[in-house]
Ligand binder design. Structure first.
Ligand SMILES: [Zn+2]
Ligand SMILES: [Zn+2]
Length: 268
């Protein structure tokens, strides 16, 4: 990896309170309350800012019965990022909670896997079961960005900037990509929905929204190979992330944390 090192921020914007049985194929023997959080991430350093995923807005929260805690733009502003000026957005996949707010970053170039666009615009979307986590308006917005010349496609592993690489994982969504970022504590892997919670990758269990279960499980091995330790893996929806990592600034506890800092205690 290059010598460029970055700060990474996890910005929580939403929450959904649910039971643990809803988070695992095959249910969960404990069946307790097991909320998931919704995040976007920001990578800042070496004169660059990359936003990873764009979240959903208030209208979508209502439509999908999710709680919007703080709008994505507010969270980014709180750490000094002006969405209007962001030049690069990595979209891990096109599910509604990762690719809404599509007017928020007017100057951005979007980084997406070939396979994700093909999946979200192709025959699989004829099936209600597979299109459920997608919103037609989000997908159309991305198509418009393609025609506006503001999308860069990747196929597999690619370095988008020195020290920032994307890695196609698939599984949960056909073209899902995770992001590896060089930081002061070594490479940190933003897994996104390659593992929703720590428990998925720790225990080899699978979140119920899935395109290919085999790829999900192989993806866990890939993520572990990309990360120097379990503490360098950041799951996409785990509320524990906010407890393990320090607030980015005073007053941002429970909202924005620093992922390039050491986690405060072992995860289990
Ligand atoms: Zn997803
Ligand atoms: Zn998600």
């Amino acid at each position: 990896m290059s010598n460029d090192v970055y700060e990474i921020y996890a910005v929580r914007y939403g929450r959904h309170v649910r039971r643990s049985s809803e988070n695992f194929i095959g249910g969960d023997p404990h069946d307790v309350l097991d909320p998931i959080d919704f995040y976007v991430w920001a990578i800042v350093g070496a004169g660059r800012t990359f936003v990873v995923d764009t979240g959903f807005d208030a209208g979508m929260a209502q439509r999908r019965n999710r709680e919007l805690l703080k709008p994505v733009g507010e969270g980014l502003s709180a750490i000094g990022i002006d969405p209007e000026k962001v030049e690069n957005v990595i979209v891990t996949h096109l599910h509604y909670d990762h690719t809404g707010n599509y007017d928020l970053f007017p100057r951005a170039r979007y980084h997406l896997q070939d396979g994700e666009m093909a999946y979200a615009t192709g025959r699989c979307m004829c099936h209600a079961h597979l299109r459920m986590p997608f919103e037609a308006d989000d997908v159309v917005a991305m198509v418009r960005k393609v025609f506006a010349g503001s999308v860069t496609f990747h196929d597999g592993d690619h370095e988008v900037a020195p020290g920032i690489t994307v890695h196609r994982i698939g599984g949960h969504s056909k073209g899902l990509q995770s992001v590896r970022v060089n930081t002061r504590r070594g490479p940190v892997v933003l897994a996104s929905d390659a593992t929703h919670l720590y428990r998925h990758i720790d225990d080899g269990r699978i979140f119920p929204i899935v395109y290919n279960a085999g790829e999900v499980l192989e993806g866990y091995a890939t993520i572990k190979r990309l990360a120097p330790s379990r503490d360098h893996i950041v799951p996409g929806h785990d509320p524990q992330v906010l407890e393990l990592y320090p607030p980015a600034r005073d007053g941002l506890a429970g909202w924005v944390v620093r992922l390039d800092a050491e986690p405060s205690r072992p995860r289990r």
